[in-house]
Write a protein that binds this ligand. Structure first.
Ligand SMILES: Nc1ncnc2c1ncn2[C@@H]1O[C@H](COP(=O)(O)OP(=O)(O)OP(=O)(O)O)[C@@H](O)[C@H]1O
Length: 302
């Protein structure tokens, strides 16, 4: 049995003669929150639509819970809940009525509506017209609608797009709760790493339809090389001096210089060298490149 909720094997997809997804091999482990990252136009929505069989993939390139999607369409889709682009909500109906409608459509008990409202934290707003909901509440209702059928896999396409910081935190917490308490596998797309780095257990980064990185969030962290940040006076001269002493200068501003970290002893040597040569070092610290910059680097070089 496959350990992956989703596996694509060298997936290719074209719109006309434009190649949109290129040799994409995604591996989304069961139970993970998989952050599917890439800048605008990278091919995230297209891939999610392929996973939902809204766009047809070539045979034997897309597997959901180990089953080829084209030949197991209905059975597979029953196991997936999705929020792609705008949630399909009736604005003139309350949140609860929207959910009841969905329950009727799927032949489920209406009591499921209350359960879903509680799950996404909308119980108090149950009877309010959904058209009057804030953007964040609409997204949560969209997720509740996707969850009605109790799917094992949830595909969320940029669910935090346009939300304020509170809305982002609410969706983030909801995803964590769904994965940890309700054992859902979640694939969530975003163009901002910062939005999902505290939520995701795994990350796939794509640009121009190609996978540039895939691994656990810890593996991504390992890629970010540690640096030594030195706050010093006369940065221009200090940088020249360090360069002449054989140190690589990665960046320099009016107040600080950065150089790659090699060891604590080496950092100590830099400190001593600067002080002995008349510079005033006000601080020297080891820093890791933040993930957002790492993400920009990975996508920029593609
Ligand atoms: N129906 C379509 N017909 C032709 N080209 C399309 C169609 N849908 C998307 N594209 C193109 O496919 C590429 C990938 O688009 P996609 O929406 O998958 O990217 P994305 O990573 O989701 O970006 P965003 O974050 O902007 O939504 C873009 O160049 C887009 O213009």
């Amino acid at each position: 049995m496959s350990n992956y909720a989703i596996e694509t094997v060298g997936l290719n997809f074209n719109f006309g003669n434009q190649s949109i997804v290129k040799d994409l091999s995604l591996q989304v482990p069961k139970g993970s929150i998989y952050g599917f990252l890439g800048p605008n136009g990278a091919g995230k929505t297209t891939t999610i639509k392929i996973l939902l069989n809204l766009l047809k993939s070539p045979a034997d390139q897309v597997f959901v819970f180990g089953k080829e999607i084209n030949s197991n369409r209905i059975a597979t889709l029953k196991r997936i809940g999705a929020l792609v682009e705008q949630p399909a909500i009736y604005g003139h109906l309350s949140g609860k009525e929207n959910l009841i409608n969905r329950c009727i459509l799927l032949g489920l008990k209406k009591t499921k509506a209350d359960e879903m409202l509680a799950l996404v934290g909308l119980t108090e707003a149950a009877d309010k017209k959904a058209g009057k909901y804030s953007l964040g509440m609409k997204q949560r209702l969209g997720i509740a609608l996707a969850l009605v059928s109790d799917p094992e896999l949830l595909l969320l396409d940029e669910p935090t797009n346009g939300l304020d910081p509170n809305g982002i935190i609410e969706i983030r917490n909801l995803m964590i709760e769904l994965a940890t308490k309700h054992h859902k596998t979640i694939l969530v797309s975003s163009h901002l790493l910062a939005e999902i780095e505290r939520t995701a257990t795994h990350v796939g980064i794509i640009n121009k339809g190609q996978l540039l990185f895939q691994g656990t969030i810890d593996e991504l962290h390992l890629l970010s090389k540690p640096m030594v940040e030195i706050e010093v006076d006369q940065t221009e001269e200090a940088a020249k001096f360090l360069a002449s002493a054989g140190y690589e200068i990665t960046s320099k501003s009016e107040i600080k210089i950065t150089t790659p970290f090699s060891s604590s002893t080496e950092s100590g040597k830099i400190n001593t060298l600067l002080i002995k040569n008349g510079f005033t070092v006000s601080s020297l610290s080891k820093q890791r490149k933040d993930l957002e910059n790492l993400f920009l680097d990975i996508t920029k070089n593609n």
